[in-house]
Design a protein around this ligand. Structure first.
Ligand code: NDP
Length: 487
């Protein structure tokens, strides 16, 4: 433990009324690299052991693993065949025929067709090849405790790969080799293929981890470990599979499903509705944010803490792509007159989207770049678009006894999760864009707020263990969890 750190750590907590600037250490000099203290390393080792079951333990994760795929089929069926209305059996006696009808829809319209394998599999292989061969920005991740604080290097080429995908998709569509409209038309089939791939990769990665001994934080319970994952940073050649799957699979599919919806409307109506244009913009902003800020992703909790298990894998291969854009599925089946808004509503929707995006992008960037500075990185990648206030000048922070620093400037002065608030606002708009015609497109925001609240409590519990009294001090300085003055 450095003298500087122990001195700061022994300071009494500040009075609750103090301003954050008064409590945090001001960094006027060149940012210096953090040193993890011995006590910090001991805590990191503790955090790398399985201690308690999360998500309701083995029974809870079994319910999630079976329940979510069934729910996804049900919601898709309601949207595709029943005008977005939730359908139920009319009586107990109707239960069997009802289940028969549901199964009939799955069997007829969501079987994993050869065509869906070609499209879904083709995209996966294409994205893997691009990730392997395209040049990119080389970025060091955070020191990984389980690897003796070694820093993994990530080839951040998602942006180049996305541009290459855009050009390829345009050429395929233009030459009628592969019409983009067909993606949405095959939604059910593609979803089934995505689920099969999600399950296969989850079990495959688990068995690979166990066979090679490359496991971490194992509970010893088979189902639970498949769900949480066995390995932390699986790689094939230069590709970090966890980061590749997080960016290149779900958001690419989500974006092209939106584009597919736009192409379909253009072919059928001769124009694209503002609602569909909104979704194309919203999904474009998201995929572009992930790709242009890819070098910030190694600093996120998913990369340095979460393992590559069913929870992450299934969600990347099937959950996100086929349950976040139900508004597009709704629009694909309904007449535009059903979801047309007056112009001022569109202005409010677009303005709110762009504002939320601005906060999301800059909040993530401020924290990640602050963390990079603590790693000694002082020049940053300048991919398009770089928004104002992406880097906090002379940041204030809490120096923890662990060695890490907690940022208390920029958006992070007002809330401990400004990025979550902005991200959730966008998810709400993704559903609200079809109005109140169906509640199904709101699934994403309802699911997401549950995930974010649960994730926040898991994260804060972990930080409380990791930073002890310094975490309490940080919570006094940055009082609000989500929205200042509210919660
Ligand atoms: P955070 O970016 O909030 O990361 C949490 C970690 O950051 C903490 O464990 C802590 O780790 C560190 N940290 C927290 N506060 C500070 C601070 N003030 N200064 C420095 N370090 C701090 O969240 P996530 O990584 O969970 O999420 C990243 C983004 O991904 C979010 O915007 C989220 O909305 C999005 N996301 C989207 C999903 C989707 O399906 N659309 C799903 C999940 C996430 P430590 O101190 O150990 O470094």
């Amino acid at each position: 433990m450095t003298a500087n750190v122990s001195t700061l750590a022994s300071e009494p907590p500040p009075p609750p009324s103090s301003s954050h600037m008064g409590n945090a250490k001001k960094d006027d000099s060149k940012p210096n690299v953090i040193v993890i203290s011995d006590a910090g390393k001991a805590i990191d080792r503790k955090l790398d052991q399985h201690s308690t079951y999360e998500f309701g333990g083995p029974w809870g994760v079994t319910a999630i693993m079976t329940g979510f795929p069934l729910l996804m089929y049900y919601l898709w069926i309601c949207l595709w065949f029943y005008d977005g209305k939730l359908v139920f059996p009319k009586s107990l006696g109707d239960l069997q025929p009802f289940l028969g009808r549901i199964w009939g829809h799955v069997r007829e319209d969501a079987y994993p067709s050869a065509y869906a394998w070609k499209v879904y599999g083709g995209n996966i292989i294409f994205q893997l090849v691009l990730a392997w061969i395209m040049p990119g920005h080389m970025q060091e991740g955070l020191p990984v405790p389980s690897l003796g604080y070694k820093k993994l290097v990530y080839n951040c080429n998602a942006l180049g790969c996305f541009y290459a995908t855009l050009v390829t998709a345009f050429l395929l569509h233009y030459t009628h080799t592969f019409r983009l409209t067909e993606i949405l038309a095959n939604f059910g089939h593609l979803m089934s293929v995505g689920m099969i791939v999600g399950f296969s990769v989850s079990f495959g990665t688990y068995f690979y981890g166990v066979a090679t001994g490359d496991t971490i934080r194992m509970s010893g319970n088979f189902v639970y470990d498949v769900f949480m994952g066995a390995v932390l940073n699986p790689r094939i050649g230069p590709i970090d599979l966890k980061m590749w799957a997080e960016v290149r699979v779900p958001w690419v599919i989500v974006f092209f499903l939106s584009v597919s919806g736009g192409c379909k409307q253009y072919e059928e109506l001769g124009y694209v509705t503002p609602n569909m244009a909104f979704m194309i913009l919203a999904t474009l902003l998201y995929i572009n944010a992930c790709a242009k800020g890819e070098e910030c992703i190694p600093q996120t909790w998913d990369m340095y803490h979460e393992k590559w298990g069913f929870m992450v894998i299934f969600w990347n291969f099937a959950g996100v792509p086929f349950s976040y854009i139900y508004s597009i599925v709704y629009m694909a089946r309904q007449d535009p007159s059903k979801y047309r808004f007056p112009t001022p509503v569109y202005i409010i929707m677009f303005t709110t989207l762009l504002t939320a995006y601005f906060i999301f992008d800059t909040a993530m960037s401020q924290k990640s770049r602050f963390k990079m500075q603590t790693q000694g990185i002082t020049t940053f990648r300048k991919s398009f678009p770089q928004l104002p206030w992406s880097i906090v000048q002379n940041p204030t922070y809490i120096q923890t006894a662990h060695g890490n620093r907690l940022l208390t400037s920029g958006w992070w002065a007002y809330s401990r999760k400004p990025n979550y608030v902005a991200d959730w606002t966008m998810s709400f708009l993704w559903g609200a864009i079809i109005g109140t015609n169906s509640i199904i497109p709101y699934f994403y925001s309802v699911f997401f707020i549950t995930v974010l609240i649960h994730r926040t409590s898991r994260d804060f519990e972990r930080c409380a263990i990791k930073y002890g009294k310094d975490w309490d001090r940080y919570c006094q300085v940055v009082k609000w969890k989500f929205v200042p003055g509210v919660y």
